[in-house]
Each structure stands twice: as structure tokens, then as C-alpha cells.
Design a protein around this ligand. Sequence first.
Ligand code: DON
Length: 583
Amino acid sequence: MLKKFNILLVTLIFVFGNVYSVVAQETTAEPIFEYSEINHPVIGRNGMVASHNALSSEITAEIMEKGGNAIDAGAALGFALAVTLPRAGNVGGGGFMLVHVAKENKTIAIDFRETAPAASHKDMFFDEDGNVAAMDPSYRFSHKSSAVPGSVAGLAHIVEKYGTMTLAEVLEPAIRLARDGIIVTYDLAADLARSDRLKNNPAALRKFYKPDGSNYEVGELFKQPDLAWTLSEIAEHGVEAFYSGSVAEKIVADMEAHNGLITMEDLENYKVIEREPVRGTFRGFDIAAIPAPSSGGTHVIQMLNILENFPLKEMGPGSADAIHVTTEAMKLAYADRSKYLGDPDFVSVPTETMVSKDYAKALAAKISMDRATPSEKIAPGNLAIYESDETTHYSVVDNEGNMVGNTYTLMFSFGSGVVIEGTGILMNNNMGNFTLRPDIPDAFGLLGSENNMISPLRRPVSSMSPVLVSKDGEAFLMTGTPGGSRIISANMQTVLNVLEYGMNIGDATVAPRIHHQWFPDRLMLESGISPDTVRLLRQKGHNINFNENSAAMGSMQSVMIKDGMFYGYADPRRPGAKAVGVR
Ligand code: DON
């Protein structure tokens, strides 16, 4: 199915397709997709970036064109998105990166997840009667809803340890964009127009709306002078500015004034943790992803292990049988997530068992091809412990083999909605990823156990995980997505679409997604799945509700690498994303 890669092909795609930059030279490399396929990845010769903001992707590609490596560029993109994609890009949140350092040939999971403040406790969101109002503003949208941010430390960590540029250099584009302003895109205007709750916080109102309180319109200039100050302080004084210096002082003062829990000591004690990625295989490919406290890597591997026991390719992508088996695998994995996941520095997490092929075989044997197993009949496995809602993802790869996949978040769109006075920093509400009580679902309807209850300095369980697929030691695909609980299922389906169904990364991204998270017992389907298939799935006993569930799930930003060529694809599910090839 592969064709010679020639000038004509490149030129035609350049003219008619969504290719951003291609050097049209003759080469013998085989493209990984056909001209006749429906979704065409962007092609790059010297690297690739895919992110949720077009302007930021372009700036990031330029950094690599000027000699920066993917790690410099990945850090710069993290800071730039705090300016251009303020609902999710951040300095007031945290996340997880997979970084591949070419010269050491090692892949590292960088945990820069937020931590619970020292003064937090498991009952902090319950009232005197022991009730918790899940939508209580103090739980969702207050200074108290923020955990100690890790993004500045995480981005600085990778550039200082593995980059070639200085922290000040990688901050420069973000400072410029915040200070001189950005042109408001449709994505940003629409976001701000529907995020009225930002008006409840005076500093957020001043930052995100015009002086008369009206919305920014598409095409207008939007400046963030306070954020420019914060970023400049970090450029001048290093991460200390944020964790103990001038910026920290403002964060602590704002916390003190509004019953927030974050203290100077909490900020000073924040640590980035380098972890060994969780690893698995699928049909001969190697998978590396993020281990606990994220559940994202463990359960992607667990589901792929279960699915390896079924002839999915023969069933056909999108067929009722394939959707049925995939759904059943999801239920089993999310059930285990609810019981076992927690911060591994505080509780034991049986990751090795959950990603083992034997355990997956036992789980696969429980799947009936004819009937959906009701979720109440599925319980988390009994595993011996024998071993010690808005987010964004981007993927950056250079021609030396360095890679950064970063999924980071403020949790909800615009996080807690709290902007720290004088800093332009929007704070996260990731305390909401802790389990309040095992019977109370979290913000994404996920159940958890004691393992994930609030406790000082713990990191809440996450679903975020960049995923790196490689073959015989050669990187093949870096991908990832936002989507709360749906991050795990969307990542898994993208890998499945490429490795099992042989789709190019464009088709793999665009294909309709499904999601089941054990509880609620409901199969969510994106539009595009045929009515016949839905009928067959209902016959097998799946509970499907299209009206509630037709919204798009996830936003994958992927880079594929084959024979020295780079193929990028930015998920079209939300506006404004772009893959840009490095010239
Ligand atoms: O860590 C997590 O799993 C969540 N805070 C992610 C939130 C998210 O993806 C929301 N985006 N749509």
C-alpha cells in the first residue's frame, strides 16, 4: 500500500491538503499514507510540532529551525500556551511529560503534578453534617480548590537538565506574546464568551475582559501585562521567582486574603519527580507512558493487553463486535483504576500486575462476545500488592531524536477561575481530582478509593499521559490528549487505530471514538458510528444514549516518525490546533 514519495505527491498535498511546510525534494522515503486517503498528515523533514494553538506551534517550529532541540522547544511551547491557550496552557497548573533524551537514549516520565498543600485534609470539602456539595463553589472554584502548581518547575527542569537554551531564552516568546498581545482567535473568543464564571474573580475579570466588562472579539488584540511580568521575573531570577521570590509572595498574599491553603513553605517544597515510564507491548511495538500517580499509562497498556487477545482487525474498525470488545476492556480497566490508583509515594499501586500479559488474559476470558457485562457485575480485580475537564497536550520531535510529549492542565477550563492579583496567573482546581469518599465520583464521574483521598503533599490521581510507541528501539508515534476520564480511552484508541487497524495518523485521529469508564454504566459514542452498529450494540445489552453523549471526546496532538520523516496531525475536534513541520 506504500507508494514512492515524489515531488508530485508532495506538491499536490501542499496545494490541496493541510500540509504546512514541506521541502519538496526527491527522496526514497516511503510515505506512511496514500494520496487517496481521506486525512493527510502534515509532513516535516526536520521535526514536527502538534499543539492546540496554531501560532504557538509555528513559534515552536521556528525555535527548532534556529537550532533549539525538541526539549527547548517543548518547554517554550509550554510557556507560550499559558498565554495563547489560557483555558488549559498554564503556569498555575501541572501535568506529566514524556521526554526522550537522544544523546542518552533514555525516556523519562516527568511528574510535575500539583501537590496537596500541607494544610489540606480529607474532610476539607465536607460541611458540618458530613455532606459534600460536589458543585459547591469552594470545592470547584475557589483559592482552596488549588493544589501547589508544578508547571514552572517542570518546564524549567527539562530545559535546564536536557535542553541547550537558557530558561530566559525559552521564556522569550511567551513574554513577548503576553506583553505585546495576541490576536484573539475564534477558539479564544468562544471560550471566554462562555466562561462567565471568570467574572466572579476581580483579577480574572480584569485579565480576560475589556475595561467595560465586555468580551474580546475575534481579531482584536489581547494583552496580558501581569502575566508578562510574572514570566519576566522567572526569566530574570529563575524558578525561585515563582517558588520563593517575588511571584511566590504575591501567590501567598492572595491565598491568605481568600482562605486559600497554599503557603510559602508549600511553594518552596514543591519538587519535580523523574519517574521510570510504565512500559508494555502491543503486537510487537513497545509502549512507554506515564506511571502513577497518573492512571493514564497503566490502563492504556492494560486495555491494549486485553485487546491483544481478540482478532480486532478481522472484526473491522467501527464494527459492533470491535466496539463491544473494546468497551468491555475499558470497563475492566477503569474498575481497577477506581481501587488501586493513588500517589505511589504514599500508597502501594500494583502497576506491574495491572500491566501484565497474564492478568490481561484472565480479564479477556471474562469477556462474552454476545453480551455486555453490566458494570455492577464487574468489580476491581483482587490484586496482591507485591511491589513497592480542561487540559491540553502537545508533541514536539526534532531530527536528533529528542522528543517531548506534554499533557498539562488547570483541570477545568480556566481552572478555578482565580487569577492571583498582580501576576496574571490563573490557578488550577486540581484538588478536585482527589477522591472525597469512595462513593462520591470525582469531577469526571470517576470513582476512587482511600488510595486517592486528600492528604498533605499527595498528588491526586490523574488520567493524563503522553504515550510513546516505538519499534525495535526506533520512536514511531508520540501522542496524547485532554479529556478528563476520556484521556485514557482516547489514547488507547489512537494507538489501536494505528497499530491494529493500520490507519495513518490522520485517519486514526479523526475516526469516531467511544468511551466507557465502568461507572456510570453507559457507552458514550461520538457521532459517525452507523445506526446498524448502534442497534447491534444495544442488542448485546450496551446502554447507549446518543443525545447526551454525542459531544466530541479528546483532542489528540500527534507526531509519527517513519524512515526519518515526520508526520504530524492536529485533532480537528476543537478549533485552532495545528501541526507544523520543521524545515
Ligand atoms: O488529571 C486529570 O486527569 C484531569 N485533571 C484532566 C482534566 C482534563 O483533561 C479536562 N479536559 N478536558
